[in-house]
Design a protein. Sequence first.
Length: 678
Amino acid sequence: MLTDPAIEGDPLKFLALCEAYWAALRMQSPRRGPAVLKTHARSLGASPAFDVAVCGGTLGLLLATALQARGLSVCIIERRVVQGRAQEWNAADEEVGVLVEMGLLSRGEVEAALVTACGPMRVAFAGSDPLYLGGALDRGVCPATLLVALRSRFEAGGGVILEGTAFRTADIYTDGLAIRVQRGAGGEGADLADAGRPLAVEAAAMAMAGAAPPAHAEGEDDGKGGEEGAAAPPSTTTSRPDAAAREAARTAARAARSTRPTSPDEVTARLLVDCMGHWSPIVKAARPLSKPDGICLVVGTCASGFPPSANAGGGDFLRSVDDASPADDVSWLWEAFPAEGGAARTTYMFAYMDADRRRPSLTHAIERYFAQLCAVEAPGTRLSELTIRRAMFAVLPSYTKGAPLRPPADRVLQAGDAAGGASPLSFGGFGAMLRHLPRLTAGIDDALASGDLSQAALARLAPYQPSLSANALFARAMRCGVGSVLPPPGSGEKARPGASLPGNHINRLLGAHFKVLAALGPGAVGTVVRERTQPALLGASMVGMGIVAPLTIARTLPTLGPGPLAAWFGHYAALVLYSLLRYLTWPLRSLAGGAIAGLAPLSPATPTISPATATAAREARGARLAASGPPGWTRRTVVALRRGLEALDVGSGHDGSAGGVVMLPEPAERAGGRMKEK
Ligand SMILES: Cc1cc2nc3c(=O)[nH]c(=O)nc-3n(C[C@H](O)[C@H](O)[C@H](O)COP(=O)(O)OP(=O)(O)OC[C@H]3O[C@@H](n4cnc5c(N)ncnc54)[C@H](O)[C@@H]3O)c2cc1C
């Protein structure tokens, strides 16, 4: 299947790349990357050219645009092209609405990016009754369209984008950092970071060479026709890198009023935000030398040619169609989304596991996927009737310690996948960025205005989240250990020594969980699907599961082990404590007329930001910051209190709305074609 030339990029190459990474992770101890940050106890010797340098221009563009809208001068350093992929992100309307609330895009611009309505979303496990949800990942967002709109806002406001420019190292001084970059890196060989954007290298190489991006480029023509999936016009995209590079060099030269020599290979800033994804060179050097605690192995496709009834019935939020077997000790799960406005359908097959050397390869997963795809998605359809537009492979790591990652040095902060802050259950990094965008934006602005960009101050922007840590245990509960699955009853196969889990164990666990959530109501379902775990509901669902499926719970506990279980209780206790403290600190929130906890309003129209106006604006904000606290409070005290109160909101699952999720009746298209339950 993967040799079809109609498939975007070179799927076999990306399969081989991801496979090699997965094999290395399973077979060897991970190696820490080379050190890329160096700290110096002296001044940079010049005024930094930018307030913030955002390295990585995918989710980094969201943050860069939001920071610039607050009056900061921002530069994006991107190895390829700031363009976004064609493969849709799924999120809820409400989540994407934050871009309008923050004044970054108009409602019309957001609507243009919301290209597919996917609902109702089914939750169905072999052996359990299905549920149908509204408001759960039921909108397909075209990343390319979204990023084009944000990019034009960012550039119109004076933001600088350096494309084909790779971050290499950074020297951190007492008053700024000098980032060493490599220009012309756009065409350097594809690696894991490009797996989600298979044409990134080609698009970047062509843009750098001054040619139009490849015909199939991300967002160029997603098969919809019209403007919805279209990226920037080729001429603009093509001219940008050089123009931006020249502009950056001019800006840097203007800003550097001292004798410090400026180099085209150096960008200076007060703060570096690392948005270079899971494989960021800064993250590779910062993570401790251990395997990730969890892996989500994903394969999938976006394809057209399914019968219309497949999309008319909506999508699958989470589904299983069969049980785990001793052949691979994996309980495979499925997700499906109508895509490209209904013209195509995205289907993922994934599983939670550890990085044991005996775990199955991606090749095994994709073969299984293709063998089951038609039966799962559209019984009666043949694989040869489908046109595969895109194939996807991913090995997504999750960590119980260092999630989110503590900033590795002064003046450096991670965001997006690099921060490891997305849920270890959903890996929905786009949704996570939207949820944290207002907090991160205001926090970075405050940090710059207070002048405290120390590691400790920045760590308050990546606070411990008991809810996130508690979820890691759920991901762990949803994996079968190697050698743990019993043969199907009646198969006559002999059980392996130590095997203890029936094949339907994970399906029963998930079935019981969602049954209890449904009984607790849409609010409870909402806290789970929107990843805002709250202690009362978590406690109630745990007790409920113990009542509904006592045997399944009894089987699960030994698979988790005493250490992780004790850690989970610790996180749960922290969740309760955070909720209590949040309640008790309520009077502090109204101190100084709410100025301490309130996010300052964003300016509706961004004036063009230059280093000079940014400095003046930063000074003014610093003065306002000090004035917003009680008499005698310094800027830093005000900022520390704001972050402390926010940490309680985020940590207790109260950092936004979990509402908007509703339960829906079974759509007629599903009723007839429901897959036989076991
Ligand atoms: C198959 C799949 C489906 C997904 N579906 C969803 C979904 O439906 N909803 C959702 O919310 N999330 C989804 N996600 C997750 C989402 O795609 C990621 O969380 C998101 O792309 C992370 O963005 P990022 O900017 O943090 O990292 P990345 O997307 O990895 O981007 C990193 C950027 O940094 C650049 N870069 C790398 N190295 C350097 C360097 N040295 N110098 C400069 N730049 C560099 C890269 O070129 C890239 O542009 C999905 C992920 C996968 C794999």
